[in-house]
Design a protein around this ligand. Structure first.
Ligand code: SF4
Ligand code: SF4
Length: 171
């Protein structure tokens, strides 16, 4: 049986507003305590999350966030549009102010999102950052700070953390 439910972004945002502080506290504690077998437990719960969440009814990441474009992404995607990398950057990207000065989108929603269908128009060549998002299967320690941001932006991240709390993953 298909357990996937359409994402209702309005009710997700209301729930997340209410629970985000408790969830972030939980993630911080888990990060400090780093219990044994944490990544394996998360992997089991992550599978359940993807049986429930249908990203094509959401696309909140593409609507509200920007990926970072690495050099390989730039080469691949600019080439797809028969553009040079500087032309591609000038048309769609800007450089982040601080940190690594990464290349990011100038605007949200992402210029490659089809707003009618929630589909990515460059899906097969999308940035690596998009392909890996929301990074739930990565090492928890490396992505805890990302999950903390995403509990109020990504329904899949929210659902994973909710399951971690309900299933007694120690935090
Ligand atoms: S990854 Fe998260 S924010 Fe993006 S479409 Fe899926 S559930 Fe929505
Ligand atoms: S490139 Fe595609 S997957 Fe990435 S943010 Fe844009 S629309 Fe979404």
């Amino acid at each position: 049986m298909n357990k996937k439910q359409p994402v209702n972004l309005r009710s997700f945002k209301a729930k997340a507003r209410h629970r985000k502080t408790g969830m972030r506290r939980f993630l911080s504690k888990l990060d400090r305590e780093n219990p044994r077998g944490l990544d394996k437990k998360i992997a089991v719960l992550e599978k359940e999350v993807w049986e429930e969440i249908d990203c094509l009814t959401c696309a909140n990441c593409c609507k509200t966030m920007t990926p970072t474009f690495n050099n390989k992404d730039l080469k691949r995607i600019a080439g797809h549009f028969n553009m040079t990398i500087p032309e591609f950057k000038k048309k769609w990207l800007k450089q982040e102010r601080g940190g690594e000065r990464d290349w990011i989108n100038k605007w949200t929603p992402c210029q490659f999102l089809d707003i009618q269908t929630n589909m990515c128009s460059i899906y097969s060549i999308r940035p690596d950052d998009c392909a890996g998002f929301p990074h739930l299967s990565k090492k928890f320690k490396d992505f805890e700070h990302i999950h903390k941001q995403n509990v109020e932006l990504c329904p899949a991240t929210y659902r994973l953390v909710e399951k971690m709390m309900a299933n007694g993953v120690q935090g």
